[in-house]
Design a protein around this ligand. Structure first.
Ligand SMILES: Cc1cc2nc3c(=O)[nH]c(=O)nc-3n(C[C@H](O)[C@H](O)[C@H](O)COP(=O)(O)OP(=O)(O)OC[C@H]3O[C@@H](n4cnc5c(N)ncnc54)[C@H](O)[C@@H]3O)c2cc1C
Length: 244
């Protein structure tokens, strides 16, 4: 049995991110030379400064800081969604170079959707049996394809499911992160990418609380942008993200 769950780790980020943004913005609005940019930018002034930039939609200074996360325990289904975010950079564990061949009774790692778990043990067993069957098919193809490492892996992987686990490193600048949080922290986003986005937001809020103060789905900052598709829970959603 190889069920796994979400793990997210903020690996690296631009040091003093809020100060870097303030420096970039100061360059736009003052006569300061490069050597003077860091002078007079006090921690206490950064909250107001950042808020003004956000309110004006002057977001290019926000692009100068970036955050790099390690993510594991997520499905290939999540991968197809997150890689649609084109401004982000990704490095993904390869199903070509890394074999998923079973050793003994193990299967490849996979994610069990919570709603399948809610159906009860009988259904979880059924899901796990299906994963074991897929492992058998995968191993059969590895053998049929001559057990030649990546040459066999690259075709045998065609029978692996969306549930198969992937791991990746993702880097986003703060502007892209804010956009990502707007779309993917929303109740309309699919549960797995939503859980990931919320955990990423929780971690960056600790590092840059002013920058990410109003981050989250669109309704945190104003009217729900989803129109007829709204979840109708704006009040609860706002409370959740304001206290995250
Ligand atoms: C709830 C939900 C349901 C979805 N359902 C589907 C679906 O059924 N099918 C599907 O295919 N996708 C679906 N998507 C994915 C969605 O269409 C986007 O591809 C994805 O959310 C990435 O968003 P983005 O393009 O805004 O972001 P990014 O790629 O991160 O880009 C950020 C911003 O940069 C700008 N930008 C980037 N590239 C360009 C460009 N080439 N031209 C102009 N501006 C650009 C845009 O302003 C964009 O918003 C869904 C997304 C969500 C949140």
């Amino acid at each position: 049995m190889s069920e796994v769950g979400l793990k997210v780790k903020l690996l690296r980020y631009t040091p003093e991110p809020e100060k870097v943004i303030a420096m970039a913005a100061k360059l736009c609005y003052s006569a300061a030379d490069i050597d003077e940019l860091a002078q007079g930018i006090e921690q206490k002034d950064q909250a107001n400064f950042l808020q003004r930039l956000m309110d004006m939609g002057h977001l290019s200074p926000v692009e100068h800081v970036s955050f790099t996360f390690g993510v594991e325990g997520v499905s290939r289904s999540l991968l197809t969604q997150i890689t649609r975010h084109r401004i982000a950079s990704f490095s993904v564990k390869s199903q070509r170079y890394v074999s998923q061949q079973s050793h003994g009774t193990e299967t490849f790692n996979y994610i069990v959707p919570p709603r399948i778990k809610e159906l009860g043990d009988e259904y979880v067993d059924k899901f796990q049996k299906q994963m074991r069957q897929i492992q058998v098919w995968y191993d059969e193809w590895i053998e049929a394809l001559g057990n030649q490492g990546e040459k066999s892996n690259e075709d045998a992987r065609f029978v692996l499911p969306n549930a198969a686990e992937t791991k990746f490193v993702v880097t986003m600048n703060a502007r892209e992160l804010l956009h990502f949080f707007s779309l993917r922290c929303c109740n309309r986003a699919q549960w797995e990418i939503r859980n990931l986005a919320i955990e990423m937001l929780r971690q960056v809020k600790e590092i840059a609380p002013n920058l990410f103060k109003n981050a989250g789905p669109g309704c945190v900052r104003g009217k729900c942008p989803e129109g007829n598709m709204t979840c109708g829970k704006t009040k609860e959603v706002r409370e959740t993200f304001m206290t995250l």
